[in-house]
Every structure is written in C-alpha cells, then in structure tokens.
Write a protein of this length. Structure first.
Length: 382
C-alpha cells in the first residue's frame, strides 16, 4: 500500500508485507556496464574529449541496459513521444495529410557525399537523406502534406549534434511565398512548443529549467547581416589568425552558435548565397546571388530548421542541376513536376533538439553515429 511520507522521494512510500523475486540481477556487473554518470552530462562534451569517449561508447553499446538505468532516460523518451505527437496534432489542426515516404531511394537531395549506399536487386540505391522531394510530388493531388520519418546521413562526425539516423519532420505547402514560409515556420515552432508545455511542461523543465516558448515575432536576420555581426563582435572565421568572415563564407557551427548565444534569442537566418544551398532552392527576385532560404537557430543548440522556397521554373531547375553537378536524368520524376504544372512550396525540420536537449544522442532511443560499434542501431533508432 502507498503511504504519504515526506522523507521518501516524491513524498510517498510503498509498504509491503510480502514480496517475491521475479528476475534476479548481478548488481556489480550491471554497475560496471552502465556507469552512474548521466549520459546527457557526458554527451555535453564532444565525443572523445575529457576522457568521456570510452564511457559514452560503452553506454551506447549497452543502450538496452542504459534505457532502464535512470529516470532521466525514461523522461527524455517520454518527452520525445509527446513532442512528436504535438507535431502531428499541429499539422492535422492545419489540415495537413500525413505521408509515409520511402526510405530506400535512388536519388539524393542534400549532397552525394553523405549518402549510405546499398545494393537493391542489382541496382545502386541509398538510404534517404530527406523525404521533401517525395512530399512535393503529393502536393498537386493532396494539398498540404507532412511526414515524420527517419533520415540518414553518412557523415563521419564525432559531435553531440550528429546522428547517422534521426527523426525528420518535413512539410510541404502549395501556393505560398517566402513571407508565408517564414510566418508558417514561426507558427509551427511556437504552437508545437505551447502544446508540449501544456502536456509535458514538468518533464521539459526537469530536463531544461531555462526552456521558454519562443516569443513572437521571431527575430529575422539576413545572412549578410550575420556576417557583419560576426565581424563587429569578434566572432572570427579563424580565431588563431583573427581572420574575419567575408561575404560568401560559410559560417561554421561553432561560430554560428556563438552568435546565437550572444544574441540570446531564436533567429531566422535568411537568404543564404546560392552556392551554399541545394539545386532546388529558389533564388531571391531582388538578388539572383541569394536564395529564398532560412535556418532557425536556437540559443544553446544551434540550427534546428532548414527550409526554403522551391525553384518552380523548369529551365532554372535544369541550370541548378548543372551548377551543382547533379545528373538530371535521375531526377526525371522531379523535373516532370515542373513540366506538367507546378507551384511554390517549402520546408524541413530535424526536430531532435526542439524540446531543449542539447545532445542528439540522448534523444534517440537507440543511438546511431560514426563511432557507435553496435551496428544494429542503424535500423533500431526511432
């Protein structure tokens, strides 16, 4: 029976007059395999730093045991489930239809260097990097569509932000312009955060006591203004030589996070140069050198959203294939969507960081990255 007791954790004590051991456990072996350190705390260091690399690798190899080792892990995974449901609730409330796109594909959309290749009945195929182009194929018949599906990136990165497989929230809307895109992204993030706080505020604040629902309007900053901000605030391209950023330089993750943390509020970083983005992104009508693109940056985390308007002109799309060295014949089905009627459309969100966890590996049920030795995790993470 349960009895109120202020001395007990949670203020309640369980008292029994009979018990039976159902399944025994070797406590010493369990402690050796699953150290007591918080996996979230350990992963707040980059893999391999501060002597934590071996412990983290061990915890991921024994993830099946680590899942039961702490309430923190259970809280994170429960929170993940709730936030994912909040995304679905938001999309359905906005009259979207959910699509289940393929994970095995024969084209790329984010760059061939980060593709997992596999044989497919005698032909070369890949694990998908993104489902956005397949969602776009559904627009003409279905209108607003979204998916919450796994995406895969073969990036040999050893950081707290990288997973070989992660849950990808993606959406497409027809007949919108760039300002509509920014407004809808703002509504998506704010509304999902509001829903999550209403349903699981205690859990979210337990994991991140400083978490707040982003305020409207979310700050907007053009790429060129970010370059100038870095120059004005001694955020260098190379800190050793104190080399400043110049226009058309890519701002790496570390400097981007330094800028975001210094500004200390969410930022829509807008209008990136064309060469930094993908072949399908529309160029700005006022400056052909720039794209109608946007990343959402969050303090303490970095980028959580990448979105853009699509190029709707068939010839400009063909020019994009040529500029990025992409063979157009493998995208015949995508070109057909321009040839047989088209419309402006957008968006993609890797949502691992949204609920305030700064570490992607802790938000995955089974972690999958470059250094994870348990090969099965490639297909087990959800």
């Amino acid at each position: 029976s349960l009895h109120r007791d202020e001395r007990a954790k949670g203020g309640v004590e369980l008292r029994v007059d009979y018990w039976e051991l159902v399944g025994g456990s070797d406590a010493a072996e369990f402690e050796a395999r699953v150290p007591r350190q918080s996996i979230r705390h350990l992963f707040d260091h980059e893999l391999g730093e501060s002597g934590h690399g071996n412990i983290i690798a061990q915890l991921f190899d024994d993830r099946h045991l680590a899942l039961r080792a702490s309430q923190e892990t259970a809280t994170i995974l429960k929170m993940r489930s709730i936030v994912q449901q909040c995304f679905r609730d938001h999309f359905f409330a906005k009259d979207f239809f959910e699509i289940t796109p393929p994970s095995i594909v024969q084209t790329h959309c984010e760059g061939g260097s980060s593709l997992f290749k596999l044989g497919y009945f005698g032909e070369e195929a890949y694990l998908t990097q993104s489902s956005q182009l397949y969602l776009e194929a559904c627009l003409a018949s279905m209108g607003n569509v979204f998916c919450i599906s796994p995406s895969f990136r073969a990036e040999e990165s050893r950081t707290r932000r990288h997973l070989s497989e992660y849950t990808h929230v993606e959406g497409e809307m027809p007949f919108i312009d760039y300002e509509d895109l920014l407004g809808y992204l703002e509504d998506l993030i704010v509304n999902v955060c509001e829903r999550a706080m209403e349903r699981a505020g205690d859990m979210i604040l337990e994991m991140n006591p400083k978490f707040k629902v982003p305020a409207r309007p979310i700050k907007r900053m053009d790429y060129k203004d970010a370059i100038q901000y870095c120059r004005d605030n001694e955020i260098y391209k190379d800190f050793d030589t104190k080399t400043h950023f110049e226009m058309d330089d890519d701002i790496p993750e570390m400097q981007e996070r330094m800028m975001t943390d210094k500004i200390d509020e969410p930022i829509f970083l807008c209008r990136f140069p064309y060469h930094m983005k993908s072949f399908y992104m529309a160029r700005c009508p006022e400056d052909n050198h720039l794209t109608e693109s946007v990343d959402l940056l969050m303090p303490g985390v970095g980028e959580i959203i990448g979105g853009s308007m699509r190029e709707t002109d068939e010839q400009k799309l063909m020019d994009g294939f040529k500029s990025f060295g992409v063979p157009p014949e493998t995208f015949y089905w995508y070109i057909d969507q321009r040839k047989f009627g088209t419309n402006p459309t957008w968006l993609g969100l890797g949502w691992t960081f949204l609920a305030g966890c700064s570490t992607s590996g802790t938000f995955a049920t089974f972690h999958s990255s470059h250094d994870t030795s348990t090969v099965q995790t490639l297909i087990m993470i959800s």
